[in-house]
Ligand binder design. Sequence first.
Ligand SMILES: [Fe+2]
Length: 181
Amino acid sequence: MKEITQKIQVMFSELGDSQYGGEAVSQLEHALQSAQLATDAKASQELIVASLLHDVGHLLHALPDDAPEKGIDDMHENLAKEFLDRYFTAMVTEPIHLHVDAKRYLCRREDGYQALLSEPSLLSLHLQGGPMNEEECLVFEQHPHYQAAIQLRKYDDAAKVPNLQVLPIEHYLNMIEAIAL
Ligand SMILES: [Fe+2]
């Protein structure tokens, strides 16, 4: 088994129970629901794995679960990219890196999107710079992985359902093995 596959298993078994930033699900539940939504949508293997791992940045720092309530942006999208870059191609790491910007983009570009965000997500939006302006949207659209980031963001936003039955993490280990560098 590759080093990263083992690391992912260990991280989620040790830290997956932590609360997903003020939401009604744990980090593991959130990750598995995101990956399930990507799977159901027949997304690429890379986007499924990106969905599973998009919030590992939250598991890589020692800040408390409620950091946003204290006015702290944990910059988890950057932490995740730094950690994952050694193990995956940009097809996995860039949608993860951009998933916060995707929220800021959708707030500007998609009618009704912001109104559907959860309370914790709105709180972090504020810390992350708020909705993009028009110029920022145009720059974002130049990124080769921006559409994948938007897809990931939609799975992310919907992956907050308490007690949902989903595939376990073991289901994704072969996929991680197959696409990891
Ligand atoms: Fe998330």
